[in-house]
Design a protein around this ligand. Structure first.
Ligand code: SAM
Length: 266
């Protein structure tokens, strides 16, 4: 991923913000969303479904008694941020937000760190996980002897295989103590390739012109992020259906594009 603060170049954090109806985006980002929506009309719905998935995942893990959260690839502050969800279900939780985009970190510091005793923002890169773990703000708020929830949602498909995202996640999960949880979500193109083999229009083209091209993965490669952990039922599933109150509501065409799972460290 190239860090690109040019307002004329669509930026993945701002595209996502625009899809969620946020205000922290530029014309180039909104144009990218318009192009994306032309090819994948359900993209804004996916984005909202995805934030709801994060809400359900954090609620579940808080329900297990986890009180500290490391959210890597935070994104621009938007609907229901992790610390707000955690506070609702587990008052007294501590949250460290990590992002490698300086604009995201500046917005996050302004909006998310109202309680510096409980929330911090770390400007670091998932591809350098040791630096995230060693950062003084991480050390200040996270006790690695206690159960921790690491969230890596909507980020891993922006990291190509040559940067070895599996190894990066493994460094984070190796640092977690027993009873900790990993929350992941990831885009897959397996279903699109199967059902629309001749359709060469793709949302990938939009991201190719952004600061971070997208690298969807096959289901088995997404499952590998959880190696060594025990999946929470139902395992890797469509984010819109994962622990959804009424999975029968899910539109057929929303299935199997964006997958998510939660897993526990024994
Ligand atoms: C689409 S947003 C996802 C936000 C949030 N995690 C969510 O799932 O709703 C992706 C975020 O990941 C950040 N990001 C991308 N690559 C990263 C990396 N290598 N290290 C840290 N953050 C990264 C981007 O800057 C952006 O803010």
């Amino acid at each position: 991923m190239q860090l690109n603060l040019e307002p004329g170049v669509p930026n993945i954090a701002r595209i996502y913000d625009a899809m969620l109806g946020g205000k922290d985006n530029f014309a180039a980002d909104r144009e990218a969303v318009a192009r994306l929506t032309e090819v994948e009309p359900l993209s804004p719905l996916y984005a909202r479904n995805h934030r709801e998935y994060i809400g359900r995942a954090v609620q579940l893990v808080a329900g297990y008694g986890v009180r500290q959260f490391l959210d890597v690839g935070t994104g621009l502050p938007t609907m229901d941020n992790v610390h707000q969800i955690a506070y609702r279900h587990a008052p007294g939780s501590r949250v460290v937000y990590v992002d490698n985009d300086p604009t995201v970190c500046a917005h996050a510091r302004a909006l998310l760190t109202g309680d510096p005793g409980a929330v911090a923002v770390v400007a670091e890169d998932l591809r350098r996980p040791e630096r995230i773990l060693e950062h003084p703000e991480t050390r200040r708020l996270i006790d690695f002897d206690e159960p921790l929830c690491v969230l890596v949602t909507g980020v891993l498909h922006f990291i190509p295989d040559e940067d070895d995202p599996h190894a990066a996640v493994r460094v984070l999960t190796d640092a977690m103590g027993p009873g900790s949880h990993l929350v992941i979500s990831h885009i897959t193109d397996e279903e699109v390739r199967r059902t629309r083999p001749d359709d060469n229009r793709s949302g990938m083209d939009v991201f190719a012109k952004s600061n971070a091209p997208m690298h969807p993965r096959a289901r088995r490669d997404i499952e590998r992020f959880f190696d060594g952990l025990v999946p929470v039922d139902p395992g890797l599933a469509c984010i819109s259906e994962w622990h959804a109150p009424d999975p029968s509501d899910i539109r057929e065409d929303l299935r199997n594009v964006w997958l998510g799972a939660v897993a526990r460290k024994p």
